[in-house]
Design a protein around this ligand. Structure first.
Ligand code: NDP
Length: 303
C-alpha cells in the first residue's frame, strides 16, 4: 500500500525560491559593481533571536547578499537605536534593513518599525507597506505570510472561494496573512483569543493557519479531512519523556492531526525555511528598486 506523505516541504519550496535569487544577486553585482546588502540589527541577547539572525546572515552570504550585522547591548536606548536606523536609511549602499524582534521592553517596537524607510523595509512591517498590502497594491510583503502563501498556492491550485481560517491577528503574521488570502479570493475568518467557538470555525476551514504562539494546542478536534494546515508557530518545549532535553514544536499537535488532515507543514522544516527565502527575495527586490531598476517579483505567479 502506498504511504501518503502529507507533509508540505518548506525546505523544498525555499530551495525553489533561492535558486532564482543567486543568479539575480550575480546579475546585480555585474550591473552595479556591488552586492545587494542587508543590515540586520539585534538588540540584547535573546537566544532564539540570535539563532534567527545567524540563520538569516548565513543564507544571505550563501546567496551572494552582503550582510551587515549590528549587535547592540540590551541597555541600548530607544533614541540610540532610532539614530542607528536613521543613519542606515541614509546609507546609499544599504538596500534592506531588518530589526530582529522582540526588542527589550523599554524600546517601542512600533516607533522602531516606523523609523525604517519603507523602501528598505524588507520585513514589510512599516505602516506604508502594511497599508499598501491591505489596499491590494503591495510592495514589501511580510516574509512569513508571503512564504505561507507561496506554499499554499503551490499545493492548492485554485483558491477561489476556499474557506481560510487564521488563528492569530498580529500585525506581523495574522493580519497580513488574512490580507493575502483575501486577495487570493479566499473567504477569510480571522480568529483570536476572544473568539467564541474557535473549534467550530476551524473545523470548517479548507485552509487553517495556526499563528497563536501556544505549543501544540491545535489537535484533531479542530480539523477535518480536507484541511490543509499551515503551522506558523515556533515554540521550544521541554520534553522530559523523550531522549532530547527540549525541542521545537509548532502550534499544532502534529502527531494528533497528521492522520486526519489533508496536508500539513511540519515544525521544523515547514514555514521557517520559507520565511528566510522570502527575506532574501525582499532584499533583492529592495536592491534593484534602490538602483531604480525594474524588478519582476519572483513570487508574483504564486502570490
Ligand atoms: P502574537 O503573540 O503577536 O499573536 C498571537 C495571536 O494569537 C494573537 O492575535 C492572540 O489573540 C492569538 N491567540 C493567542 N492564544 C490564542 C488562543 N488560545 N486561541 C485563539 N487565538 C489565540 O504572535 P505572532 O503573531 O508574532 O506569532 C505567532 C506564532 O508564530 C509564534 O509561535 C511565533 O513564534 C511564530 N512565528 C513564526 C515565524 C516563522 O518564521 N515560522 C515568524 C513569526 C512568528 P489576541 O490578539 O486576542 O491576543
Amino acid at each position: 500500500m502506498e504511504i501518503l506523505n502529507k507533509n508540505i516541504d518548506g525546505k523544498f519550496y525555499a530551495k525553489k525560491v533561492l535558486k532564482k535569487i543567486y543568479p539575480l544577486s550575480q546579475d546585480f553585482l555585474y550591473k552595479f559593481n556591488r552586492r545587494p546588502s542587508l543590515a540586520v540589527i539585534i538588540v540584547g541577547d535573546n537566544p532564539a533571536s540570535k539563532i534567527y539572525v545567524k540563520n538569516k546572515i548565513r543564507v544571505a552570504e550563501e546567496n551572494n547578499i552582503q550582510s551587515i550585522e549590528i549587535t547592540l547591548p540590551a541597555q541600548t536606548s530607544e533614541e540610540e537605536l532610532l539614530k542607528r536606523i536613521d543613519s542606515l536609511n541614509k546609507e546609499v549602499e544599504v538596500d534592506g534593513i531588518l530589526v530582529q524582534l522582540p526588542l527589550p521592553k523599554h524600546i517601542s517596537e512600533q516607533k522602531v518599525i516606523n523609523m525604517i524607510s519603507p523602501e528598505k523595509d524588507v520585513d514589510g512591517f512599516h505602516p506604508i507597506n502594511f497599508g499598501k498590502l491591505y489596499m491590494g497594491i503591495p510592495n514589501f510583503i511580510p516574509c512569513t505570510p508571503l512564504g505561507c502563501l507561496y506554499m499554499i498556492k503551490n499545493e492548492v491550485r485554485d483558491l477561489n472561494g476556499k474557506s481560510a481560517v487564521i488563528i492569530g491577528r498580529s500585525n506581523i503574521v495574522g493580519k497580513p496573512m488574512a490580507s493575502l488570502l483575501l486577495s487570493s479570493n479566499c473567504t477569510v475568518t480571522i480568529t483570536h483569543s476572544k473568539t467564541e467557538n474557535l473549534k467550530e470555525h476551524c473545523k470548517k476551514a479548507d485552509i487553517l493557519i495556526a499563528a497563536l504562539g501556544s505549543p501544540e494546542i491545535i489537535d484533531d478536534t479542530y480539523v477535518n479531512e480536507n484541511t490543509i494546515i499551515i503551522d506558523i508557530g515556533i515554540n521550544r518545549v521541554e520534553k522530559p519523556k523523550e531522549k532530547v532535553k527540549s525541542k521545537l514544536v509548532g502550534d499544532v499537535n502534529y502527531e494528533k492531526v497528521y492522520h486526519l488532515a489533508n496536508k500539513i507543514t511540519p515544525v521544523p522544516g515547514g514555514v521557517g525555511p520559507m520565511t528566510i527565502a522570502c527575506l532574501m527575495h525582499n532584499t533583492i527586490k529592495a536592491a534593484y528598486q534602490n538602483q531604480k531598476h525594474n524588478f519582476i517579483d519572483l513570487l508574483e505567479e504564486h502570490t
